[in-house]
Design a protein around this ligand. Structure first.
Ligand code: FE2
Ligand code: FE2
Length: 244
């Protein structure tokens, strides 16, 4: 499991991924941890098979009592199927996810952690000494879907958006945007269902000051590559638009 620091000033952002023990047919995922003051939040903590290595990696950066919040961008198993295990080790934590998914996600095993339903227009999560903004991203690809924006670090966690399918040893950061689009094309065309949802999201996030766009799979975009991604995605026909 590799780790990189995305931001380390007022508070700290970390990315964990590229698990060398990952079974071949399981999609690789990026997990994120924000530590702010005396609290911490895990973003899309991943699947059950990742629980042990992620827990070990996270504990190198924060004690278990500091893991107070979990954010799930949506309901997919690669995002949150480890929840039943986290439920046992951090029983006092709060889980933030769309209200739409509460009935489904409880099937994973939620006995202790408190489910905090996010209303459709988003909201704020207060963690330690920061406020994180929940950005609606419905139908991209899940019908109840959110991204998480940190206005101090200027980082947008973008869930499946911006994701690319990469080998297990790929670097964490985009180093050649034009080459990156080949690895993103099929994923965005097939998983993102319609141009209208895409355009709603584009219009919403263009108003944010973003220095880092951090997806759940593949590589992280920094600096000018953030706008290059927004331009590329805006011009791409996706989902239903592909079938006429
Ligand atoms: Fe997904
Ligand atoms: Fe995913």
């Amino acid at each position: 499991m590799q780790t990189a620091i995305l931001y380390n000033e007022n508070h700290k952002w970390m990315i964990f991924g590229r698990n060398p023990a990952k079974p071949e047919k399981i999609i690789d995922t990026n997990q994120y941890l924000i530590v702010a003051g005396n609290q911490g939040i895990l973003l899309d903590p991943g699947g059950t098979e990742l629980f042990a290595p992620i827990l070990a990696a996270v504990l190198r950066h924060a004690p278990i009592r500091q893991l107070t919040h979990i954010f799930a961008s949506h309901q997919d198993p690669d995002v949150i199927s480890s929840l039943g295990l986290w439920d046992q080790v951090i029983p006092d934590a709060k889980l933030y996810c769309s209200w739409l998914w509460e009935g489904s996600i409880r099937h994973i095993g939620l006995k202790n952690i408190e489910y905090m339903p996010i209303r459709d227009d988003g909201g704020t999560i207060h963690v330690g000494n920061i406020d994180l903004t929940l950005i609606p991203a419905h139908y991209l690809h899940s019908p109840g879907n959110f991204h998480l924006y940190d206005p101090v670090a200027k980082i947008l966690f973008s869930g499946d958006l911006g994701s690319s399918l990469e080998p297990a040893d790929a670097p964490f950061f985009v180093d050649n945007f034009d080459e990156q689009t080949d690895k993103m094309l099929l994923f965005h065309q097939r998983w993102m269902p319609c141009n209208r949802a895409k355009q709603d999201w584009i219009d919403r996030v263009r108003s944010l000051d973003i220095e880092v766009l951090a997806p759940q799979h593949g590589r992280v975009f920094k600096g000018d590559d953030v706008n290059r991604f927004l331009d590329w995605f805006e011009s791409l026909d996706v989902g239903a638009a592909m079938s006429g």
